[in-house]
Design a protein around this ligand. Structure first.
Ligand code: PBG
Length: 410
């Protein structure tokens, strides 16, 4: 520990030209060649004991500076007369002293290759409808979504994830509209595959946007029934693969869905279609803006009987292992920024790519604070996304994908 009261030492005030000494420290003319082990200990306040320990950490006289690789930044001509310098061997700041050195020692970096852009699609022509709780995000009609997808691809983003806004009158208990080959999402996938074939298309497999109950599962008497849902999800995955989806992404958290989907896809001849499993998806408050965007909030109850309890970590590992056994190609954690420990724990137990979804509410928080001038949006965006990467995510779904890609191009 460094001395807290060092500058108020009475001895120092006596001689104005003497270096400012913390209590209990000696001034030395040269770097000491003490044989004692580490100089890192002993920087403590005065007193018998600390004086003794101080021999391990000597104070350098400013004149010794010339021989000492101290990091003084740009200003080597600064007046050091009255400043104290210590003979520290370990100075982590040396590795941070310039942008070039910081770049060299950086442990994690973001790349556009790791980003997936989630996009909302709606009916109509020439429509680009702003989503009020997600500034900068829109519900696009298919024609304009193609434009957006091309732009994403031009920026180097490898994949987009699609979410459809379904009109109320098309919703029913069984999410039937999700299987309609002329329905919004499947038309959109086909159009994308024609227009931007190299962009990977990820489609969400869940009943909620199509369900009159607003749940991810089939509802009977107020219960969300697991197994009847699997049949619907398996059909939905096949329909999406048939339309051209490269990867289907079950986001429903029913038990056994990955296995059911894998079997159905393989039986129907879509063994190439990948599965990105939302393996650890939490019952989170951070999906609010997304549910506004798609009008997909549950009509009754909540999602706590299928999405995970935010209190649990071990359970996430269990969910992941089950999805891996059932044939997932990638696993996902959602939300991301509030669940970095989960990402990190999962990264350690699987070899598969780990994705993380920086969700609508996490995005909205940064946007809202930035709009009020409380945060620097760009800096907060990069720091948050990098933190998700550092935790161990290989793939990051983020509404910031285009902004990050642009920034990385600079
Ligand atoms: C649908 C789904 C949701 C999200 C992705 N897929 C909402 C939910 O589970 O209620 C949330 C994404 C976001 O908030 O950005 N199952």
């Amino acid at each position: 520990m460094y001395p807290k009261k060092s500058l108020s030492s009475p001895e120092q005030t006596q001689n104005k030209n003497a270096p400012i000494l913390p209590l209990g420290f000696h001034t030395v003319k040269e770097r000491s060649h003490s044989k004692e082990p580490s100089p890192l200990c002993g920087l403590v306040e005065s007193g018998q004991e600390s004086t003794k320990r101080c021999t391990k950490a000597h104070l350098l006289h400013p004149k010794a500076l010339a021989k000492t690789p101290l990091n003084l930044g740009e200003k080597n001509d600064m007046n050091t007369e009255n400043l104290a310098f210590f003979d520290l061997i370990q100075r982590p700041r040396r590795n941070r002293r310039s942008p070039a050195i910081r770049r060299m020692v950086r442990e994690n970096r973001l790349s556009t290759d790791q980003l997936v852009l989630p996009l909302f699609v709606r009916d109509g022509d020439g429509v680009q409808e702003p989503i009020s709780s997600m500034p900068g995000c829109f519900r696009f009609s298919i024609d304009l979504l193609l434009k957006e997808a091309k732009e994403a691809q031009a920026l180097g983003i490898p994949a987009i994830a699609l979410f459809p806004l379904i009109e109320d009158q098309k919703k029913d208990k069984r999410a039937t509209e999700s299987l309609n080959p002329d329905g919004l999402l499947l038309r959109c996938v086909k159009a994308l595959k024609d227009a931007v074939p190299d962009l990977a298309i990820i489609t969400d497999v869940a009943m909620d946007p199509y369900s009159s109950d607003g749940h991810d599962g089939y509802v009977e008497n107020g219960f969300i029934l697991n197994d009847p849902t699997l049949e619907i999800l398996a059909q939905m995955a096949v329909a999406q693969a048939k339309a051209g989806a490269d990867i289907v992404a079950p986001s429903d958290m029913m038990d056994g869905r990955v296995g059911a989907m894998r079997a159905a896809l393989d039986t129907e001849g879509f063994s190439d279609c990948g599965i990105l499993a939302y393996s650890a998806k939490y019952a989170s408050a951070f999906y609010g803006p997304f549910r506004d965007a798609l009008d997909s909030a549950p009509r009754a109850g909540d999602k706590k009987t299928y999405q995970m309890d935010p209190a649990n970590q071990r359970e996430a590992l269990r969910e992941v292992m089950l999805d891996v056994e059932e044939g997932a190609d990638m696993v996902m954690v959602k939300p991301a920024a509030a669940y970095l420990d989960i990402i990190s724990a999962i990264r350690q137990i699987v070899d598969l790519p780990v994705a993380a979804y920086h969700v609508s509410g996490e995005f909205a928080m940064i946007k809202a604070a930035a709009e009020r001038g409380w945060l620097n949006e760009e800096a907060a965006m990069m720091e948050t996304t990098l933190a998700i990467r550092r935790a161990g995510a290989d793939i990051i779904l983020t509404y910031f994908a285009k902004d990050i890609a642009r920034l990385l191009q600079r």
